[in-house]
Design a protein. Structure first.
Length: 650
């Protein structure tokens, strides 16, 4: 059953067009993921569906009895309430019935004791009692506790004022509030921001079994793969629909782009060929060929030209370089512990980082991952422990809160303040590489979107020339295109990385090692997220089995026994990566030689085709033309493979 439909909706802001003639429908039970670059209009579309934005033209129809829940990127909580009071307010209608039942019970008891008539009150009590049961009135306190616990709120947090919560806590509370309301249609704008891996997995399972319809915006590629069955891509003010999850969309989208690129290249070749024939016909000096030339020109003018594919024109250009090379030993931590007041965050933290390692840190919210980064940066002092830095270590830090010094500065002023040796032209060139073009450089920093602030922060980090990059959730506000470019830049970085992330797609692609921080210390796992989860489950299963046999105590000793196996696995994985890199380098060298030969062959064929004896012989000209087209096609394919290899090989 169709629960909402959109036909030819157009939305503008002033002279800027956001959406043009967008049409689609959503069926009951659909799980739709909306994707697209930052600024494409995803949140605008969701606000229209929520009824909060008007549009200039088109039709929008929604089932009249449909209840809608909308999670925005910014909540609108009443700051005077506590966490638990906010959750209680969701069940105000049930609480009102509960109070009425209590009053009726007291009144019935009073009248009974006085011998007065109570039949009318008993009927009223029965009606309200049935309504209370239908609404699961007896279970709402446990529902509140369950959802708050799943969103990483402890009972100690219940009495916290909402005004005192962090941005991440407010996001989690807004999500908990919405899920408790159980609307028929869930509209979720970036629901995975600020969630740790455990909470993410819980949310995935919850949404998989949700009986309603879900439309969500997310940059979490792993999350989209688990949840959605349709993808809406917002691009160039229009909307394209793909059936399947994100990986299916990616394959189909890539094939479409390749097909379009192939058609564009073929058309351009044909245009060049026709123009060359027209030129030669005109130069022949005969009226017959001149007439043919005019006829071909008319056909060429009326042919519909394909637009040049966007290619990489809207992609960031990121390249992290180190000004100085560190020694082999970059960071050594021994027996580190940290408290906040009487609360202990973590203890027994031991870590040894070598040059060139790409380490990602995971752990539950509140365990102290950001705190550990700040201790390493000497912004906080630990309770106990030793921290030793290696030779020539220069830190670069990306803060997840993106606290830029002065929000009243323009983007250009902010960059110039940090890097005064660059002139305006050089700064604008650098900003252009991070998609700040034309008047974008004069935007005030406090007016930037989350994605724009992320790009500005990454540009400032890139210019530091640091050799040890510490990053706190760097992919949170980046769109898919920017994430891919950013990930490749990190893979090419010759220095050392320590990154806090809950982006599971990122965790599979970037790290050479994952470390998990808990209150008891750090566990280390070589490789990416899938291997980390596999080892976690294996360790947990083995540990539970031994606990049942009584062979180990319920402490962390067992986990430490696996360190030798982990080191061996890490060594094996590194060897595989090195072998793969060598294969790519050999292929790249061979490809460059082949490209040079093909370019010479194209040049030779084009010269031969200009000779009179070739032009006068149709069969010879056709043979040369076919050979030239075949060589150019092979050359184009080789160019794309060369670009692909250069993404991996320095």
């Amino acid at each position: 059953m169709v629960i909402l439909s959109v036909k030819d909706i157009t939305k503008t802001y002033g002279i800027n067009t956001i959406l043009t003639k967008v049409s689609f429908h959503v069926n009951q039970g659909d799980r739709v993921g909306i994707v697209g670059d930052n600024g494409a209009g995803k949140s605008t579309l969701l606000s229209i569906l929520a009824g909060e934005l008007v549009f200039e033209s088109g039709e929008f129809n929604i089932h009249p009895q449909l209840s809608v829940g909308y999670l925005k990127q910014k909540d609108h909580f009443s700051s005077g309430k506590t966490v638990y009071e906010e959750m209680l307010s969701i069940f105000s209608h049930i609480i009102e019935i509960e109070k009425n039942l209590e009053s009726l019970t007291a009144e019935i008891a009073r009248r009974s004791s006085c011998g007065e008539e109570t039949s009318a009150l008993l009927r009223q009590y029965e009606q309200q009692s049935h309504a209370f049961e239908r609404m699961n009135g007896y279970s709402y306190p446990s529902e509140i506790k369950g959802i708050l616990s799943s969103m990483a709120f402890s009972e100690e947090d219940y009495n916290k004022k909402i005004s005192t919560l962090s941005g991440g806590e407010r996001t989690r509370l807004a999500l908990a509030s919405l899920l408790l309301k159980k609307p028929d249609l869930l509209l979720l704008d970036e629901p995975t921001n600020h969630l740790d891996i455990g909470t993410l997995k819980w949310l995935e399972q919850y949404l998989k079994t949700y009986t309603g319809t879900i439309i969500l915006i997310s940059h979490d590629r792993y999350f989209l793969d688990q949840i959605v069955n349709r993808i809406f891509e917002v691009k160039d003010h229009q909307l394209s629909i793909y059936h399947g999850n994100y990986s299916t969309y990616l394959e189909k989208n890539q094939k479409e782009e390749e097909d379009f690129l192939r058609k564009y290249i073929q058309q351009q070749r044909e245009i060049v060929r026709q123009e060359e024939i027209i030129r030669r016909f005109k130069q022949s000096g005969t009226e017959k060929l001149a007439k043919r030339a005019r006829s071909r020109e008319k056909r060429l003018e009326h042919e519909k030209r394909l637009e040049r594919p966007a290619g990489g024109k809207s992609r960031m250009k990121v390249q992290f370089k180190e000004k100085f090379r560190t020694g082999t030993d970059v960071l050594y931590i021994e027996d580190l512990s940290m408290n906040f007041g009487e609360e202990q965050l973590f203890q027994n933290v031991n870590l040894d980082i070598k040059r060139g390692e790409r380490i990602c840190m995971v752990g539950s919210n509140g365990v102290g991952k950001t705190t550990l980064l700040k201790i390493i940066l000497s912004q906080l002092a630990p309770e106990t422990g030793i921290i030793q830095l290696g030779h020539n270590v220069v830190f670069g830090y990306y803060d997840q809160e993106q606290k830029l010094p002065d929000g009243n500065r323009t983007v250009l002023e902010e960059l110039h303040q940090a890097y005064r040796l660059y002139n305006e032209s050089e700064l604008r060139g650098l900003l252009g590489r991070f998609l700040f073009r034309k008047d974008d450089v004069f935007k005030n920093v406090h007016d930037l979107s989350g994605g724009e602030k992320a790009r500005l922060s990454l540009l400032k980090l890139m210019l530091t020339g640091a050799n040890f990059l510490l990053m706190d959730e760097p992919t949170n506000h980046l769109d898919f295109s920017a994430k891919g470019v950013f990930e490749n830049a990190l893979l090419d970085f010759p220095g050392t990385l320590l990154i806090v992330s809950h982006d599971r797609y990122f965790l599979n692609k970037v790290p050479t090692r994952i470390i998990e921080l808990s209150e008891y210390g750090i566990e280390s796992f070589p490789g990416g997220y899938d291997y980390y989860m596999e080892k976690k489950q294996s360790i947990s299963s083995g540990r539970n089995y031994l606990l049942e046999l009584g062979k180990i105590n319920n402490d962390t000793n067992y986990l430490n026994n696996s360190s030798k196996e982990l080191r061996l696995e890490r060594r094996r994985k590194n060897k595989e990566l090195e072998a793969q890199q060598r294969r790519r380098e050999r292929e790249l060298a061979s490809l460059e030689t082949a490209i040079a030969k093909m370019e010479e062959e194209v040049e030779t064929l084009e010269k031969e085709m200009c000779k009179d004896e070739v032009l006068s012989d149709h069969n010879v000209l056709l043979t040369y033309s076919q050979q030239l087209e075949s060589t150019k096609e092979t050359l184009e394919i080789s160019y794309y493979r060369w670009v692909e290899l250069n993404d991996f090989v320095k």
